[in-house]
Write a protein that binds this ligand. Structure first.
Ligand SMILES: [Zn+2]
Length: 96
């Protein structure tokens, strides 16, 4: 999977979901965190992420960059955390 803007292979870094008003319009497709931050002109913050989407918690588990931006995932609903752990373990991925 490649970032739309830098064409870098973004590995696990596509595992995040941001609030609708943060995402560029029109939808560019996949963006790495660095390119999204370039487009919006600032670093992503905790409140930019949608913590009700398991994908976002997967990103926080798998990518140091996403984890750094989100910080604590303690605000995520318990059922989303449980769902995320289930998905990660089904895929044989470690929950950190
Ligand atoms: Zn990029």
């Amino acid at each position: 999977m490649r970032c739309h803007d830098c064409h870098r292979d973004i590995g696990v870094e596509y595992n995040y979901w941001v609030q609708d008003d943060v995402w560029p319009d029109p939808d560019p497709g996949l963006l790495c965190v660095a390119c999204l931050e370039d487009r919006i002109g600032r670093r992503l913050r905790h409140e930019d992420f949608d913590l009700t989407v398991p994908l976002t918690l997967m990103g926080a588990s798998l990518s140091a960059t996403i984890r750094d931006r989100i910080g604590s995932i303690a605000d995520a609903p318990a059922e989303v955390r449980a769902k995320t752990i289930e998905i990660l373990s089904r895929r044989g991925l470690r929950q950190s």
